[in-house]
Design a protein around this ligand. Structure first.
Ligand code: NAP
Length: 330
């Protein structure tokens, strides 16, 4: 199976169109984690040709980055590390946005240390901070790029207007919005902007936090500190509606393509724009199905049939806004 790749401006290696998402490896918000399994999953990813590894300081409050750093010892040159900046947290784990130049300068050093590297391939502003001008944040990242500490710059959870402001000061290569068959807000304005400006879209939540895995049932429950215990899609009556859509999509994937639900969900993301689908995993066996998503295409008729299934089962789609972190008090 040949791997599909994409070019990100500023990064010399070709980047795999399926990236490994490592939020759950941090443990917090995912009901805990097992580092030896996470390390095995990271090494398995590299072995399978998944070179893009997406992490963030806030994932497990440094833990996800440290695990990535440990797993990539001896493998750094084979990986494209994407991490983030501009969230802060206190000793109780309360998270706030913080894009001040001082925070950025401190965070980049912490990330480099935890990741055990002297450069970050892709450095992304995690969420916009309304208390700092976008231009000031962009200028700070541009300085890091010129110093060689980061190779390329991205933003996450930004609007088109915010990206325009950012790009007036710094060279922007990527954006990272939520995007999957159930969360499609990005395709209306962010995708056209990305296409026009030659930006790559790192689609987060491509598996809709496991809802598109085919593993979930109406009886599935989650630990108290697992974000799915308060994710509105996983609550009644919506959970049943989303699961009914998944059941029919699973049937379509199997009957029409001989593929799994996961492969269909990821293929859909890959066929809708200049994307990389982030596949969140924390155990090596969760990556077994990745190769199935490569090497085929959905037609316009397939995409229309998928739209009809969504419209039939989900009368009132709900977005992932519940994940947005608060602003600092000014
Ligand atoms: P996701 O990729 O939509 O779903 C991940 C979950 O799907 C896994 O934790 C796992 O659940 C389940 N899964 C994965 N492979 C599976 C398999 N083979 N069989 C059954 N279930 C499987 O969720 P995500 O981790 O939130 O998103 C992906 C990545 O996007 C993150 O890791 C992070 O890097 C990035 N992200 C970025 C932002 C942002 O603001 N920029 C926000 C969210 C996510 P279980 O392990 O529980 O079984």
């Amino acid at each position: 199976m040949s791997i599909e790749t994409i070019k990100i401006e500023g990064i010399p290696s070709a980047v795999s169109r399926i990236g490994l998402g490592t939020w759950a490896m941090g443990g917090a918000f995912w009901g805990g984690t097992d580092d030896s399994q996470s390390i095995a999953a990271l090494r398995q990813a590299i072995e399978q040709g998944i070179n893009l590894i997406d992490t963030a300081p806030v994932y497990g409050f440094g833990h996800s980055e440290s695990v990535v750093g440990d797993a990539l010892v001896g493998l750094r040159q084979q990986a494209v590390i994407a991490t983030k900046v501009a969230l802060d947290w206190d000793s109780e784990g309360k998270i706030v946005r913080n894009s001040t130049p001082a925070r950025i300068r401190a965070e980049v050093e912490d990330s480099l240390r935890r990741l055990r590297t002297d450069y970050i391939d892709l450095y992304q502003v995690h969420w916009p901070d309304s208390l700092v001008s976008i231009e000031e944040t962009a200028a700070e990242l541009e300085k890091l790029r010129q110093q060689g500490k980061i190779l390329a710059i991205g933003v996450s959870n930004f609007s088109v207007e915010q990206m325009e402001q950012f790009a007036s000061v710094a060279k922007l290569s990527t954006l990272q919005p939520p995007y999957n068959v159930f969360e499609r807000g990005a395709e209306y304005d962010l995708f056209p902007y990305a296409q026009k400006n030659n930006l790559v879209v790192l689609a987060y939540g491509a598996l809709c936090r496991g809802l598109l895995s085919g593993r979930m049932q109406g009886t599935t429950t989650f630990a108290e500190d697992d974000l799915r215990s308060f994710d509105p899609k996983f609550q009644s009556p919506r959970f049943a509606q989303y699961l009914a859509a998944v059941e029919e999509l699973t049937q379509l994937a199997q009957e029409r393509f001989g593929k799994s639900m996961l492969a269909l969900a990821v293929r859909w993301v890959l066929d809708n724009g200049p994307t990389i689908a982030l596949w969140g995993a924390r155990r090596p066996e969760q990556l077994r199905g990745v190769d199935e998503a490569y090497g085929w295409k959905l037609s316009a008729a397939d995409i229309a049939d998928i739209d009809a299934i969504l419209a039939k089962h989900i009368p009132q789609p709900i977005g992932p806004e519940f994940m947005a972190p608060p602003h600092r008090q000014g």
